[in-house]
Design a protein. Structure first.
Ligand code: PGA
Length: 260
């Protein structure tokens, strides 16, 4: 691992009120400050961004998505520059739910990544395969998975220089493990992370690939067959992208504490 673990709380379309969002943040922040050694990024819905303080002591602000233009007649959209001015440092790009419900394709994702980098924010490029059986019976990555992740990386990063790519975080999120209760084994997560680094080395170089932060996301929690800490300590991932468990303050605090 190159750095302290990076833990991103993706609140998705939750919680429903300003008071609930402020309370959730305050409860987690109070405990998180005492636990040295993990960087935590909160990605609330846009309307609650202003309730959370800008970066301080290992706590950062991020957004769940953005548009690729900085201003203009784009009804309903939020620009990277607005996010920067709102105190964000990270922006999730290409989350599987954006790909699925909003038909975001790799070309749109590529434009978003470029726009995010242009205002000097860090994109978190989410990649992942749809079906579990993209791992064969021996637990090996078969072509389908390699093709999907390879294509998502190559197309998502098209035209992005190595100097810019150093600021990109990649999140491996097997779609079949998001919000489903299905578990991705440490071995499978490790293989996927290795594959991601292989593709990055092919597009850029080995040094960049080794330094890149590769996160794991998909039904992460503090206990069970696989645990949040296990993806970092056993599988060697650089951090986590946490959905459901980041909405439960006690569980999210347990996750953070288990990492250090
Ligand atoms: P989950 O979501 O932890 O609820 O599975 C992860 C994600 O979609 O980022």
């Amino acid at each position: 691992m190159n750095y302290n673990p990076l833990v991103i709380a993706n609140w998705k379309m939750n919680p429903l009120s300003a008071s609930a969002a402020a309370h959730l943040f305050r409860t987690i922040a109070k405990e998180a400050k005492r636990s040295e050694g993990a960087e935590i990024v909160f990605c609330p819905p846009f309307v609650w961004l202003h309730l959370l303080p800008k970066a301080k002591r290992g706590l950062f602000l991020g957004a769940q998505d953005c548009f690729w233009e900085n201003k203009g007649a784009y009804t309903g959209e939020i620009s990277p520059l607005m996010l920067k001015n709102a105190g964000c440092q990270y922006v999730l790009v290409g989350h599987s739910e954006r790909r699925k419900y909003f038909q975001e394709d790799d070309a749109a994702i590529n434009k978003k990544i470029k726009a995010v980098l242009k205002v000097r924010l860090r994109p978190v490029l989410c990649v992942g395969e749809e079906a579990r059986d993209a791992f064969n019976a021996e637990g090996k990555l078969i072509n389908e998975l390699s093709l999907i992740i390879g294509e998502q990386l190559e197309k998502g990063l098209a035209g992005i220089s190595a100097a810019q790519a150093r600021n990109i975080v990649v999140a491996y999120e097997p779609v079949w493990a998001i919000g489903t209760g299905a578990e991705c084994s440490y071995t499978d997560a490790m293989k996927a992370a290795l594959y991601i680094r292989k593709v990055l080395a092919k597009i850029y170089d080995r040094a960049l690939a080794e330094k890149a932060r590769v996160l794991y996301g998909g039904s992460v929690d503090s206990a069970g067959q696989t645990t949040a800490a296990g993806y970092i300590k056993e599988a060697g991932l650089d951090g986590l992208l946490v959905g459901g468990s980041s909405l439960d303050a006690s569980e999210f605090i347990r996750i953070i504490k288990s990492l250090t």
